[in-house]
Design a protein. Structure first.
Length: 85
């Protein structure tokens, strides 16, 4: 089964994502993904989560939040790739 990491900032966008989270996850599950949900807890938390995840652990990384959350996920992914053995 394909694995998906869903990172979101629970405080972004006036917290409008929370009531729709179940519907979003359901869409991914129906598409054949095992979904791992990760709500960020602090500044740069998304960066650290992605940076520390071994390359290939997830088939897809999806993020929701503001510009900072998206930047953290992209930067974490890029840094992980730069440091592969």
């Amino acid at each position: 089964m394909k694995r998906l990491l869903f990172i979101y900032n629970p405080h972004a966008g006036k917290e409008l994502l929370k009531p729709k989270l179940s519907d979003i996850v359901d869409i991914f599950v129906k598409a054949g993904y095992e979904v791992v949900i990760y709500p960020t807890q602090a500044y740069q938390d998304a960066y650290k989560k992605v940076r520390r995840s071994p390359a290939g652990e997830y088939d897809l990384v999806v993020c929701s939040g503001g510009d900072g959350n998206i930047d953290a996920v992209v930067t974490g992914t890029r840094k992980r790739r730069e440091h592969k053995p």
